[in-house]
Design a protein around this ligand. Structure first.
Ligand SMILES: Cc1cc2nc3c(=O)[nH]c(=O)nc-3n(C[C@H](O)[C@H](O)[C@H](O)COP(=O)(O)OP(=O)(O)OC[C@H]3O[C@@H](n4cnc5c(N)ncnc54)[C@H](O)[C@@H]3O)c2cc1C
Length: 462
């Protein structure tokens, strides 16, 4: 046990205002909560399992001083708390580059890709229109603040999105497009999420059109320099306010007795008047609580969002000169979609590929050389102008031990009914944060910020 790990709780819990807190997890939610508390004179210790802060926000330096997002990337105008936090941390946003035509490879793997102006897939428009209408109706009917109270919740929570598609989508084009859409929107395999969760996710994020849109939508902008910057700035603010940040210290247990909380890691024990656990549900559930939680943080069918993010780096974004946006959607993997992620400075050219849903598991299991060969070959079929990449990066979020999937946890059948009512319930002097505890913008950076602020406010009210 290190000396710094000995942090005696000198403050009596009956002393009135909160004076000490431990925060578990230095992702955006945990750091938001930690800074809110530390800047109000609470002595805060943040315990983070990884050697870095940021969690699902992580940057990759693709050229000296040029960063791209290996994790979270996009934000829109409705992400008001995120925008406020970025401004407070003196960070700017940059618009997502989307000028030019899209590519769609929705036929057999050998068939050439189609070049299309705009982003509507070259499939049966009526069938896709019906699909989107049905999804919008489902989302509109959800009670976003309490999905388990949605009319017909029991049935919707028992049904997987794959079952729903089987029943509701007679047209083959809608059946083809639906899993691609869900993969891109939620990194979800339709067989693994309940219809209630799918509908809730769409509603919570501002609706299908908003979530899916670049200009005017949830993917309008990126954080200049990378979303991880925000977490780094927050960590700096925490330290400046006298807080302590301890990385490479996974929390094993959270114990409460005599009005104080003791949080244990392999390095030592930390005592405080209260704690915030700000980690994804599957990881929050792996922590031991004493006394035990009345309702677990995850169920047997709570799944990992499945996405592997790839970055192919070229000297220039050559596709732009050929009138292409770099955006593509593909029926066959590994790259089920691609997007232009070139830094705002204009170089190097970065094409980001998303491997999502069931395909993510298959791809993640391949040896690195095979991953590269498959991704580069497909990218060059989609964009025949591409030279050999000068850089290639794979970020496998499915198997990241301290994320266990992304973009967010997937609530499977029964999860909302069983877990939902307890998602934000206090457990003695412990509060829960993390994007999956936010019914507004669940799964997104905005949800993480809102959850962190809520948890901090709750502790300050203790
Ligand atoms: C590939 C990808 C793309 C995404 N795209 C977008 C996007 O475009 N826009 C958007 O808004 N969102 C996006 N997201 C989602 C976004 O990243 C998350 O919603 C957000 O970062 C979650 O923050 P959080 O603090 O709730 O959780 P996390 O970032 O997961 O933070 C939790 C932290 O807790 C730590 N931890 C876990 N267990 C323990 C333990 N036992 N002890 C101590 N520490 C622990 C973890 O290491 C981590 O640092 C994306 C995510 C990914 C991965």
């Amino acid at each position: 046990m290190s000396a710094a790990a000995l942090s005696p709780a000198s403050d009596s819990p009956s002393a009135g205002a909160l004076r000490s807190a431990v925060v578990v997890g230095a992702g955006l939610a945990g750091l938001t909560a930690a800074v809110e508390l530390a800047e109000r004179d609470v002595r805060v210790t943040v315990l983070e399992a990884r050697e870095r802060v940021g969690g699902r926000a992580r940057g990759i330096e693709v050229a000296p001083g040029r960063w791209v997002d290996a994790g979270a990337a996009y934000l829109g105008d409705r992400h008001t708390e995120l925008h406020a936090l970025l401004a407070a941390c003196d960070l700017k946003t940059a618009p997502t580059e989307m000028a030019g035509a899209a590519r769609f490879a929705l036929g057999s793997p050998e068939a050439p890709a189609a070049t299309v102006e705009g982003r509507f897939p070259p499939l049966n428009a009526v069938a896709l229109g019906d699909l989107f209408e049905q999804l919008e109706e489902l989302a509109a009917a959800v009670r976003p603040e309490a999905p388990w109270l949605t009319p017909d919740a029991e049935r919707l929570d028992a049904l997987t999105a794959a079952d729903w598609a089987q029943q509701q989508l007679p047209h083959p084009d809608a059946r083809l497009f639906f899993p691609l859409f869900l993969g891109e929107m939620m990194a979800a395999d339709p067989a693994k999420v309940s219809v209630l969760h799918m509908a809730f996710y769409l509603r919570s994020g501002g609706g299908l059109r908003y979530l899916n849109a670049f200009a005017g939508g949830a993917q309008q902008d990126r954080v200049a320099g990378g979303a991880h910057r925000l977490c780094e700035r927050l960590a700096r603010r925490l330290l400046a306010a006298g807080g302590v940040l301890r990385t490479a210290e996974p929390v094993l247990s959270v114990e409460q007795s005599d009005g104080e909380v003791t949080v244990r890691t392999p390095e030592g024990s930390y005592r405080a008047q209260a704690a915030v656990v700000a980690v994804p549900p599957l990881l929050a559930d792996a922590i031991e609580y004493r006394p035990g939680l009345p309702v677990r943080r995850a169920g047997a069918r709570t799944g990992r969002g499945c996405a592997v993010k790839l970055h192919l780096v070229f000297p220039e974004p050559v596709w732009r000169a050929h009138g292409l946006s770099g955006w593509s959607v593909n029926a066959a993997g590994p790259l089920l979609s691609t997007v232009d992620d070139t830094p705002p400075e204009g170089s190097p050219g970065v094409l980001t590929g998303f491997v999502t849903g069931a395909e993510a598991h298959r791809f993640a299991a391949l040896p690195p050389a095979e991953q590269r060969a498959a991704a580069v070959a497909q990218a060059r079929r989609l964009f025949p102008v591409l030279p050999e990449p000068v850089g290639f990066h794979v970020t496998d979020w499915v198997n990241e031990p301290w994320s266990r999937g992304c973009y967010a946890a997937l609530f499977g059948p029964g999860d909302w009914s069983a877990l939902g009512p307890a998602l934000t319930a206090p457990h003695g002097r412990v509060r829960f944060a993390g994007t999956e505890t936010s019914t507004e913008f669940f799964g997104l950076l905005e949800g993480a910020v809102r959850s962190g602020r809520r948890a901090a406010a709750e502790l300050l009210d203790l």
